[in-house]
Design a protein. Structure first.
Length: 381
């Protein structure tokens, strides 16, 4: 749903009804994850995609029918048919379950409020019932900010409280996902599957070392949806003019800035300084923090010397094992731009639990779910 937040926000503000088709489950290899949506308004305008083009026509027709009939939400499954190569289905071989429902903005002001937050870049989540009793299917509630406030209802106070508790955890992790609740008297008698659409604050990329490689990496990080900070102790190099793609440029000793700044389990740290007096205290601190990724630039000789110094500084073997050094994947990179691709490729592979090997050498589905709490916010929907 939040992959098309800008358009849905405009339609809700205008009070225009629309049909919303949402991927609620994926089996095997499929191009887009749960939470991705396509919407059609009463003028026949469509926005979004749920399959990269394979089944859009059929989903559009379902949306048009739901808008016309005004009936209850409808579920449909699309997969590949070996028997009929011209059948509507996914050419990638996977299966997707889709929920199609009519949305009346006037009856869901909480949805408009959540979309207000999303378009302003603030954290929000929308919980949507995707499996359960027919009368609850498609119901939504919204969480704003850190999730301490919510509006809307999924059926009863018990059901709402049970879902909100689980949705807050996903909001903190910055991850869209399905949660199962209910089926017992302590929470709610009805068993529900609820898809929590999450828009979290962008994850952070902290780049230490105001060098040419940092300029290219800050641009790549911004493109991937990170909030990028470049930090260096030398004011002559750490200037906003040299790093136009960084959200902030900080003049400070690297380890001191890391001590003072806010990080979480989605934060990535890239150390490009090549200087032991900066690297050692910075990496010793970074490797002790619960962050997603720590990488350091340098030759293999530099890496060996750095590891020795870190060990002498009290860094444990388990902590050293978290360090990606030399930083990046082996792409044969030479230029700052190529090196930025190498580094970000390693970050993507690391945060998604992937191998970094060519897909042509692998087996099985090429699309996979990422580990909890690792996806950049703008990469999920």
């Amino acid at each position: 749903m939040l992959n098309i937040a800008d358009t849905l926000h405009a339609w809700c503000r205008e009070g225009r009804p629309f049909a919303l088709a949402t991927v609620i489950q994926v089996s095997g290899s499929a191009p887009l994850p749960p939470g991705t949506s396509l919407a059609v308004n009463t003028d026949g305008e469509a926005v979004g995609s749920i399959s990269g083009g394979c089944v859009e026509g059929a989903v559009y027709e379902l949306c048009a029918q739901v808008l016309k009939d005004g009936g209850p939400p409808a579920r449909a499954r699309f997969g590949y048919s070996d028997d009929d190569a011209f059948a509507v289905g996914l050419t990638c071989g996977g299966e997707i379950d889709v929920l199609v429902q009519r949305v009346e903005p006037a009856t869901r002001p909480h949805l408009t409020a959540a979309l207000d937050e999303v378009v302003l870049g603030r954290p929000a989540a929308v919980a949507q019932v995707v499996d359960g009793p027919e009368e609850l299917l498609g119901r939504t509630l919204s969480l704003l900010g850190d999730g301490s406030a919510y509006d809307g209802t999924l059926g009863s106070d018990n059901e709402d409280r049970a879902v909100v508790a689980r949705a807050r955890a996903l909001l903190r992790a910055g991850r869209t996902g399905v949660v199962d609740v209910g089926g017992d008297q302590d929470t709610c008698p009805e068993k529900l599957a609820v898809l929590v659409h999450v828009h979290a604050a962008p994850p952070r990329m902290l780049i230490f070392g105001a060098v040419d490689f940092a300029a290219a990496l800050s641009r790549a990080g911004s493109f991937l949806g990170y909030r990028v900070t470049v930090c260096d102790a030398r004011p002559v190099f750490a200037t906003a003019a040299r790093f136009p793609y960084a959200d902030e440029v900080v003049v400070d000793w690297p380890h001191r800035h890391l001590e003072r700044t806010q990080v979480d389990t989605r934060t990535v740290v890239c150390v490009l300084t090549h200087d032991a007096k900066f690297d050692i205290p910075l990496l010793a601190l970074a490797l002790s923090l619960p962050i997603a990724y720590v990488g350091a630039m340098g030759s293999r000789r530099t890496h060996e010397d750095r590891n020795r110094r870190l060990s002498e500084a009290g860094v444990t073997k388990a902590q050293l094992a978290r360090l990606s050094s030399p930083i990046g994947l082996d792409l044969g990179a030479h230029t700052p731009e190529e090196t930025a691709v190498s580094i970000t490729a390693e970050i993507i592979a690391h945060t998604n639990g992937a191998t970094g090997l060519p897909l042509s050498l692998g087996v099985g589905p090429i699309h996979r779910a990422a580990p909890a709490g690792t996806l950049p916010a703008r990469a999920t929907a």
